[in-house]
Write a protein that binds this ligand. Structure first.
Ligand code: NAD
Ligand code: MG
Length: 361
C-alpha cells in the first residue's frame, strides 16, 4: 500500500493506493464525522461489478448508502444527469454533512464531484476511482465538471475530495484500451517532470502492460505524486499547473475533429505529445534522441503516433477555441529535455502546422 499526500493547506488529503484497502476506507469513514445518509454514485459498468461490495463496506462503517447508477460513458456527464442526482439527494434528505462517494472512471468522478461541489453549496466528497485514467489524473487535483452542448467541461468548479481510495483489485476488469488510455497520461508525467520515471516506463514495459502489482502501484503512486506536487503549488491553474497540459493542445484538437468518438482522451493526448515533441525539436529545444525516445515509448504502450480523420486546417482552427487559449495566444507546453518542459506562446504558425501534418495519418 502507498499513500500520497496532496498538500493544500486545510484542504489537504490523502490518496491511498493498494490491494485490499477496505480497512483504510472504513477507518477513514468512521472518523470523518459524516451524517449517516450517503450517496454512492457509479455507472452501469462499474456498479454491477463493485457497487454492492462498496455499499456493504460503507454500511459497516455506519453509513446508510443509496447507490445511483448513471449510464456508462461520456454522454452522461451533463446537467440533465446531474439534476437527476440532485433530485435523488433532495428526496433522500441528504444534508450538508452527507458524503458523496464516486465509484468509477473519470466520468463518474467529474459528475459526482460537480454534484458534491454544488449540492447545498458543497458536501463531503470521496473518490474511489476504478479506471487507470481516473486514478492517475481525474481523481487528483480537484477539477470537477459536466459538459455543455457547446463544449466539454465548461460547467464546473475546483472542489477537492476529502480522500481518494484506489482499490487495485478492481483493475482486472478494466478493458485493455482503457489501460492504454491511462498510460498516455502516465507517460506525460515522465516527460514533464521526472526523467527517472520515464526510464522506468521504458525499462518495465512488460510489467506495466500486464499491470504487475508492484509496477502498477509504483506507476500510479508516482503519477499521483507528480500531479499532487504540481497542483499543490498551483491549485487553480495560474501558472505551473499548465505543464499538465503537455500534449493536450493538439490532443484536444484531435478529439474535437474526430467528434470525441474515434479516439479516447489518452490516445489523443499521446498523439498530441508527439506533436508537441515535434515542435520542441523544430525550435531546437530537444535533439533527435529525445524525440525518438518519446515516440518509441508511446508506440510501446500501444498508443497512436498519428491520428486519422483530421486535417491540419481543422486542428489549427481548434487550438484557438480551446478553453485554455486566452487573448488569442496559444500557450504551448514544450520539452526542454525528458523530465523538463517550458511554456511558450511564441511558436510560429508554420512550425505548429508542420507538427500537425506530421501527426495526421
Ligand atoms: P470513463 O469514466 O468513461 O471510464 C471508461 C470506461 O471504463 C467506462 O465504460 C467505465 O464504465 C469503465 N470502467 C471504469 N472502471 C472499470 C473497471 N474497474 N472495470 C471495468 N470497467 C471499468 O472514462 P475515464 O477514461 O475513466 O475518464 C474520462 C473522463 O475523465 C472524461 O470525462 C474527462 O473529461 C475526465 N477527466 C477529468 C480530469 C480532471 O482533472 N477532472 C482529468 C482527466 C480526465
Ligand atoms: Mg488529460
Amino acid at each position: 500500500m502507498r499513500k500520497v499526500r496532496v498538500d493544500l493547506g486545510e484542504k489537504s488529503y490523502d490518496i491511498v493506493i493498494g490491494y485490499g484497502i477496505e480497512q483504510e476506507i472504513k477507518d477513514f469513514v468512521t472518523s470523518a464525522g459524516y451524517s449517516s445518509k450517503a450517496l454512492l454514485i457509479t455507472d452501469t459498468h462499474v456498479g454491477p461489478l463493485y457497487g454492492k461490495k462498496v455499499q456493504e463496506l460503507l454500511s459497516e462503517a455506519g453509513l446508510t448508502v443509496t447507490m445511483v447508477q448513471i449510464p456508462a460513458g461520456e454522454s452522461s456527464k451533463n446537467l440533465t444527469v446531474a439534476n437527476e442526482v440532485f433530485t435523488r439527494a433532495i428526496e433522500l434528505g441528504l444534508d450538508r454533512k452527507s458524503p458523496i462517494f464516486a465509484l468509477g472512471g473519470g466520468v463518474v468522478g467529474d459528475l459526482a464531484g460537480f454534484v458534491a461541489a454544488t449540492y447545498m453549496r458543497g458536501v463531503p466528497f470521496v473518490q474511489l476511482p476504478t479506471s487507470l485514467l481516473a486514478q492517475v489524473d481525474s481523481s487528483v487535483g480537484g477539477k470537477v465538471a459536466v459538459n455543455h452542448e457547446l463544449g466539454k467541461n465548461l460547467i464546473g468548479a475546483f472542489y477537492q475530495p476529502q480522500a481518494v481510495f484506489m482499490e487495485l483489485n478492481c483493475m482486472k476488469t478494466l478493458p485493455p484500451r482503457e489501460i492504454y488510455t491511462g498510460l498516455g497520461e502516465i507517460i506525460k508525467y515522465g516527460i514533464i517532470y521526472d526523467a527517472d520515471f520515464f526510464a522506468f516506463l521504458e525499462e518495465n514495459q512488460e510489467q506495466v502492460l500486464s499491470l504487475e502489482p508492484e509496477a502498477l502501484v509504483h506507476m500510479i503512486a508516482r503519477s499521483c505524486e507528480i500531479k499532487a506536487a504540481v497542483v499543490s503549488e498551483d491549485e487553480k491553474e495560474a501558472g505551473l499547473r499548465r505543464i499538465l497540459n503537455f500534449g493536450h493542445t493538439i490532443g484536444h484538437a484531435i478529439e474535437k475533429e474526430t467528434e470525441y468518438v474515434r479516439y479516447n482522451h489518452g490516445e489523443a493526448v499521446a498523439t498530441g505529445m508527439i506533436g508537441a515533441a515535434h515542435i520542441s525539436r523544430q525550435l531546437g529545444l530537444i535533439d533527435d534522441e529525445a524525440f525518438e525516445r518519446v515516440k518509441k515509448l508511446v508506440a510501446a504502450y500501444k498508443l497512436p503516433l498519428q491520428a486519422g480523420g483530421v486535417t491540419v486546417d481543422g486542428m489549427y482552427g481548434d487550438i484557438f477555441h480551446d478553453k485554455k487559449t486566452v487573448g488569442g495566444k496559444v500557450t504551448w507546453v514544450l520539452m526542454e529535455k525528458i523530465g523538463q518542459v517550458i511554456c511558450r506562446n511564441d511558436v510560429p504558425a508554420d512550425v505548429v502546422k508542420q507538427a500537425m501534418a506530421a501527426v495526421s495519418a
